[in-house]
Design a protein around this ligand. Structure first.
Ligand code: SF4
Ligand code: SF4
Length: 422
């Protein structure tokens, strides 16, 4: 048989051959932990890709299911001593699957809906409105009758602040003699359901001497589409994002999944003008770690569990920066979550398309947090925040919201109220 992948961005034989089958990645892989199946481990999935390249398996439902079940958490890349680029292998394979393998009608409809709504602010605002009505009328019981995938959509919705969800984000924050001009990615989900994170990020950066702009042309960065294998949509969004941030020194991101994807635009766009852009992209923790602090930190007497978002820790190698940011806040005690580098089950749209394993991972993460004596959880990705909030009772905030509260000498509630006022 011949190679089952076509010529349009197939997975690389050379990258697949980098795997020496040592198995060091297996204990780090959440889906291998859940099921103990070789084909649901990184090594097994790479072997499937090699079999596909040799034409020894078909691009059939079984093949697809093993790649749909992968979280894309990249814990395997951290664990791999041979430096196998699993991210590129996974992205290329998912692109082939998405273009060429038909899905059952119900699954295809659900996937289309999720990938149509999530990247669009107007659609998310419509969801916020429906969710607000739903929550005001106390109709939660109705969602219990829905099939798993559709119920997951309803259950993930946070408590909706309708005013905040519908109000456009401020476009500019200025300061005297700025150190640099930074562009903040507003994005999609975060700009509607977590706008207080963006506002905290902007206030903190201004307090540290930066001018902050939110370019109107920058919407969804394409991460959700790219992770799902919808590469044409991801490329279009990547080009729009690059154009929108043409006149800033740095592009600041406060959502781990977006930053991870934007740093990989060169791979997505085959170079083009993406390398220069990606070199200007930084996560907000990276930039704050780089800047000499100017603003006074006030005490914030809280015990905080820090959750490593996969696309920050594994995707971007950012582990120390958020911890240093939190430890620099007087009175704040940073508490490590046991097995903190294991995915919470959010993983882009994974908790919507694979609700059962996502819930199992979410419950496991919640149990590990429940065993800690903490006031709240800090997580730097909106998907993680929703997932962790859903499975345990403590508030989940972005680390930059804690720094914002410290700089403003206010409680977190005060910071949120200030953010809501704009
Ligand atoms: S990305 Fe995560 S779920 Fe997928 S193979 Fe790697 S460790 Fe396992
Ligand atoms: S991906 Fe890396 S750690 Fe896993 S089996 Fe291959 S070489 Fe070993």
């Amino acid at each position: 048989m011949s190679n089952v992948f076509d010529e349009s961005h197939p997975p690389s034989r050379a990258l697949a051959d980098d795997c020496v089958h040592c198995g060091f990645c297996l204990p780090a892989c959440p889906t291998y932990q859940l099921w103990g199946e070789e084909m649901d481990s990184p090594r097994g999935r790479i072997h499937l890709i090699s079999l596909g390249l040799d034409g020894e398996v078909a691009l059939d439902r079984t093949f697809v299911e093993h790649f749909d079940a992968c979280l894309g958490c990249m814990a395997c890349t951290t664990a791999c001593p041979s430096g196998v680029d699993y991210a590129s292998l996974l992205e290329a394979t998912r692109g082939q699957i998405e273009r060429r393998v038909p899905r059952p009608v119900g699954e295809a409809l659900h996937r289309d809906l999720v990938l149509t709504v999530l990247p669009r602010r107007w659609a998310l605002r419509a969801v916020a409105l429906v969710g607000w009505v739903h929550q005001r009328l106390g109709l939660a019981a109705l969602t219990q009758a829905l099939p798993d995938r559709w119920r997951a959509l309803a259950e993930l919705l946070p408590q909706v602040d309708l005013g905040a969800a519908l109000r456009p984000l401020r476009r500019q924050w200025t300061t005297d003699a700025p150190r640099m001009r930074v562009g903040l990615l507003a994005g999609c989900v975060q700009s509607v359901f977590f706008r207080e994170v963006h506002e905290a990020t902007a206030r903190v950066l201004v307090a540290e001497g930066c001018e902050v702009v939110v370019p109107p042309g920058a919407g969804c960065c394409g991460a959700l589409s790219h992770h799902a294998g919808r590469d044409d949509d991801a490329r279009r969004r990547a080009r729009e994002t690059i154009e929108a941030f043409a006149d800033v020194d740095r592009v600041v991101v406060d959502a781990a999944g977006c930053g991870s994807s934007m740093k990989r635009y060169a791979q997505l766009l085959d170079g083009e003008a993406a390398s220069d852009f990606s070199s200007r992209v930084c996560d907000v923790h990276e930039l704050l770690d780089e800047l000499e602090p100017r603003a006074k930190r006030h005490p914030l007497p809280l015990r905080v569990a820090y959750h490593d978002a996969c696309h920050l820790a594994h995707g971007q190698g950012i582990r120390g920066e958020p911890r240093r940011l939190l430890r620099a806040i007087p009175g704040l005690t940073l508490v490590e979550v046991p097995e903190g580098d294991t995915c919470c089950g959010s993983a882009g749209i994974y908790n919507l398309t694979q609700p059962e394993p996502a819930a199992a991972l979410g419950r496991a993460k919640a149990e590990r947090i429940d065993g800690l004596d903490v006031d709240l959880v800090a997580a730097a990705n909106p998907g993680c925040a929703l997932q962790i909030q859903r499975h345990q009772g403590r508030p989940v905030v972005h680390p930059v919201q804690l720094l914002d509260a410290s700089l403003r000498a206010t409680s977190l509630a005060g910071a949120s109220e200030g953010a809501a006022r704009g």
